[in-house]
Design a binder for this molecule. Structure first.
Ligand code: GLN
Length: 240
């Protein structure tokens, strides 16, 4: 049977707050539909081709690890950009999201060059934007997660949605994340996918459509998962 091939970039460096849970969520929800999944951990990129990649994933990391990872990913910048332009679904979290832009400026003014795949930038401050976050998204409904970042990201692309509680991209415009073609960038850890199966399914469905794999219903139902999410959101909003 044809499998969905996930490329997990720099899993040893970019795995803050359990971001690897996103890979588990993608794998489980594919398998519950009878779809096989293959995960390739990418630690070195020289000569890497992404032509058989169905989903790309980059997690978050500290400024230090982000700098090391950026150097490595620079080697496949053009490959990565064409995959995104071709509509390959991708999820990038926090540090992984930031470095798709032009630059990341640390709180002490040190400038880290980003991959410049998209036209945006991030400036960091010492005061961190931390806590639980709830977003209202036209595409995914309500999204819940946890954020902890010094970076403030500014862009004019589509977003994941409007922030109801928490910060999101920065501390001014009340928007969270970035949505361009099938690329999602977000500040949400937690990790995001086990808490928000709508996003997991969006990525899987996009991957299946590109590969002509049938994306059917789950073998088990996920009412418990949906109820758990509703309980978390209700509690967070009532604490506001
Ligand atoms: N270095 C980034 C920041 O603090 C990313 C942190 C993260 O991935 N959680 O803004």
């Amino acid at each position: 049977m044809t499998a969905i091939h996930i490329y997990h970039f720099m899993p040893d460096k970019l795995n803050l707050y359990g971001d690897i849970g996103n890979i588990i969520a993608l794998s489980k929800r594919a398998k519950w539909r009878g779809i096989d999944v293959k995960v390739t951990d990418v630690k070195e990129t020289a000569g890497l081709s992404l032509t058989d990649a169905d989903i790309l994933f980059i997690g978050g990391g500290s400024d230090r690890e982000q700098a090391i990872a950026t150097q490595e990913l620079f080697k496949i910048k053009d490959e990565f950009k064409s995959a995104i332009e071709d509509g390959v679904p991708a999820l990038t979290i926090c540090g992984g999201y930031q470095f798709l832009g032009e630059k990341y400026v640390t709180p002490d003014g040190h400038e880290l060059k980003g991959l410049n795949i998209l036209d945006f930038y991030t400036e960091s401050e010492k005061e961190r934007l931390t806590g639980n976050i709830v977003i209202e998204s036209a595409t995914f409904g309500q999204i819940v997660g946890f954020e902890n970042h010094g970076g403030r990201t500014y862009h004019n692309y589509g977003t994941l949605g409007d922030v109801i509680s928490g910060y999101g991209n920065n501390d001014t415009d009340k928007k969270e994340g970035l949505h361009y073609k099938n690329l999602l960038g977000t500040y949400l850890h937690g990790p995001i996918l086990p808490k928000n199966h709508e996003i997991t399914d969006y990525l899987l469905q996009a991957a299946c459509e590109r590969k002509n794999i049938e994306f059917g219903p789950l073998e088990n139902n996920n009412v418990a998962e949906e109820n758990a999410k509703k309980v978390i959101i209700d509690r967070l909003l009532s604490e506001k």
